[in-house]
Ligand binder design. Structure first.
Ligand code: MSP
Length: 659
């Protein structure tokens, strides 16, 4: 296996609900990443699929009045067809109800059992069906599962257990020795936090007479296994069944959201270790897409359907927005107006204008044929340098999972190209016959800029990139190096303007329809979207520290509306898009939140980690330069401009209320 092997996975999705924008995000993200690696010439494999066993699937099938198999067939094919409609180029789609998968699960179970790592016992605890696992007291918020907002039920029954606790010291050491095993760092820290205390043994089976919808254990067919011990193995069974295990394992990059960090960061590596299999390479964890009504769920009726957006805005516009408007690892708020503004600004304006102007001028001055280029002059240098560095720069950002910044880097070159046109003024050159050669060079450079930008953007907007290249008279045979190899366009190539790649979205019309939805309450828009619709500004100013200002007196009841809590800062980094902001990851007991704070002028990111501060915990979340901030850190600033964050004079548990 060489460094040029790249195997990427999405979670396998539960078939108890239809695909929504959250599932689509991870799948589109992995599609972008694998397209990028194919473009680099890597031996690439992309796996997705569906997770079909377990109690909640059985319940959903019962509710639909059909057999679990018929039910899972139906929803699994819905996932597959959604991915096909969204242009996802997965190499393999695995279902946990397939024989090939069950075979590998049986083999791994038997190995772990023979090793003495599976024991039989009675267990009582709080079980969440949504998570399909027992929760610890520490994982509850107000007695409820924080991910599903449901009260877990107490259960006691005889189960088989995987002796996970035994592997805790090994896993801590492994994570410490491999700093980029779980990334970004905030999630690595979270897993290390979980591992600081005993993790217990993992219940892996249910009595078959209670939950028949699972895989019978090879040594006891009165019990079945499902969900985590079954599901995680999909990443391996898909290779086994194809005979590609040697080729791709363990060069695997798992992509998941933060909701399933514990199974992937704790259960899965210990399972692999016990089974004597090599440990996967990277666990890449992204944040959540939210709406203003919080987490998306069927019961809240705020589910955003990916195909609706694709139908309305086109696949590539939708993909571009998702990748550009989420900083990997942090939460983001979905909003249709935000999507439209992003598409208009970057794609219709910056990229679309460059194409239209270039093809228009080629048509006018060179009969739509790419002209010869003379030697570049001083005036061309900035443009050429920017594009020549593009592949290496994108690679750095993509390797660091900073997809939004990688795309921004490409758009910087695109915007530079528009400035190049404004500065070189081809329309002036065209007035003077003696400047024809220079005019040709300028337009040749514009064609090259477009060719390079189209290649660089092709993992994100694959169809429109091809259309763009076709308008330049080029085909689809390119590699990522081609995005930096200046001079590959041939003089004499016939160009052909087509329909606009990204037609401008009429914002007035969209705003009006959003306002109508706000008025009727029929909306699943974000705060940001609502604010844009009503003309309010949402900006970093929201959290600016203003010093002491005496305000009107408030009653104790007014004051009681505010919730102040102790928060421990567990990670901190600079905001990727704002010089004055820090992005902090804070813990309130077991709850983790992101807070964007304007204190970067006074604190370096690393100085804050480990501090306990006081935060306002019930501020309405707001997006600050693209990152969702879920609270505000209290800080004091004096007249000389010194600033200090709030502190406590004794160690107090994080999450404690400040009164
Ligand atoms: N079946 C398990 C995973 C087993 S993997 C061995 C499962 N399924 S799920 O259908 O609930 O999918 C969870 C995943 O869907 C998340 O980890 C993420 O990839 C995606 N998302 C679901 N909602 C999301 C958001 N609101 N935002 C971003 N991604 C989200 O858990």
């Amino acid at each position: 296996m060489s460094d040029k092997t790249f195997y990427a996975t999405t979670p396998i999705f539960y078939v108890n609900a239809e695909p929504h924008i959250g599932h689509a995000y991870t799948t589109i993200l992995v599609d972008v990443v694998t397209r990028y690696h194919r473009l680099k010439g890597d031996d690439t494999f992309f796996l997705t699929g569906t997770d079909e066993h377990g109690e909640k699937i059985q319940k959903a099938a019962d509710a639909a009045g059909i057999s679990p198999q018929a039910y899972t067939d139906q929803i699994s094919s819905k996932f597959r067809s959604t991915w096909d409609d969204l242009g996802i180029r997965y190499d393999e789609f695995i279902r946990t109800t397939e024989e090939r998968h069950k075979k590998t699960v049986n083999e791994i179970l038997q190995t772990v059992y023979d090793k003495g790592d599976i024991i039989f016992g009675e267990y009582g605890g709080l079980y969440c069906i949504g998570c399909e696992r027992y929760l610890t007291e520490k994982e509850l918020v107000d007695g409820k599962c924080k991910d599903h907002d449901t009260v877990p039920e107490y259960r006691s029954e005889e189960n088989y257990f995987f002796r996970m606790e035994k592997y805790r010291p090994w896993l801590i050491e492994y994570i410490e020795d491999n700093p980029d095993f779980i990334r970004p760092e905030r999630y690595r820290n979270e897993v290390l936090g979980i591992l600081r205390e005993p993790i217990g043994d993992l219940s892996i089976s249910r009595p078959k007479d209670r939950v028949p919808w699972g895989i019978p254990l090879p040594w006891d067919d009165n019990h079945v296994t499902y969900v985590w011990f079954d599901a995680l193995i999909n990443y391996y069974s898909a290779l086994e069944s194809q005979g590609t295990t040697e080729r791709y394992w363990p060069a695997v990059n798992h992509f998941i959201a933060k909701d399933i960090l514990k199974p992937h960061g704790v259960f899965w590596p210990t399972m692999l270790k016990s089974a004597g299999l090599p440990i996967y390479k990277h666990l890449n964890v992204h944040g959540y897409w939210q709406t203003d009504t919080g987490k998306m769920s069927k019961s809240k009726g705020n589910v955003v359907r990916p195909l609706d957006l694709k139908d309305k805005y086109g696949n590539d516009a939708f993909r571009y927005y998702l990748l550009k408007d989420m900083s990997f690892g942090l939460d983001s708020t979905f909003g249709e107006l935000g999507l439209a503004e992003r598409v208009n600004a970057d794609l219709a304006n910056d990229l679309g204008n460059l194409l239209n102007r270039t093809l228009g001028m080629l048509n006018k001055y060179f009969d739509s044929v790419v002209p010869e280029s003379a030697e570049p002059t001083e005036a061309d240098n900035e443009l050429l340098t920017s594009f020549k560095a593009l592949p290496a720069d994108i690679d750095v950002f993509f390797e660091k999972l900073q997809f939004d910044r990688g795309i921004e880097r490409i758009m910087e070159s695109v915007r530079l190209s528009n400035r190049y046109i404004a500065e070189t003024k081809p329309w002036e050159l065209a007035k003077d016959e003696s400047k024809k050669e220079r005019l040709g060079t300028v337009l040749y450079n514009c064609v090259e800029a477009l060719r390079c930008a189209a290649i660089a953007l092709s993992p994100v907007i694959p169809d429109k990139s091809l259309e763009l290249l076709a308008q330049l008279g080029l085909g689809d045979n390119y590699t990522i190096e081609g995005a930096g190899n200046w001079g590959l366009s041939y003089a004499g190539t016939k160009t052909q303007a087509g329909t606009p790649l990204f037609p401008r979205i009429d914002m007035d019309e969209l705003r009006a329809s959003v306002e109508a939805d706000v008025a009727t309450g029929d909306t699943n828009m974000s705060d940001e979207t609502t604010a844009i619709a009503t003309g309010e500004a949402v900006s970093a100013e929201t959290e600016e520290v203003t010093g002491i200002v005496h305000k009107d007196e408030v009653t104790i009841d007014d004051f009681a509306k505010l919730e102040f809590r102790v928060a421990e800062i567990v990670a901190c980094e600079n905001h990727p898009k704002a010089d004055k902001l820090l992005v902090l990851s804070v813990k309130l007991a077991d709850e983790e939140r992101t807070i964007v704070s304007g204190i970067r002028e006074w604190y370096d990111a690393e100085d804050l980690v480990g501090k306990k501060v006081i935060i306002v915990a019930n501020l309405k979340p707001v997006k600050l330069r693209g990152i969702l901030s879920q609270g505000m850190i209290m800080a004091a600033e004096d007249a000389d401009g010194n600033l200090a964050v709030s502190a406590l004079d004794k160690d107090i548990a994080s999450g404690s209320e400040v009164r």
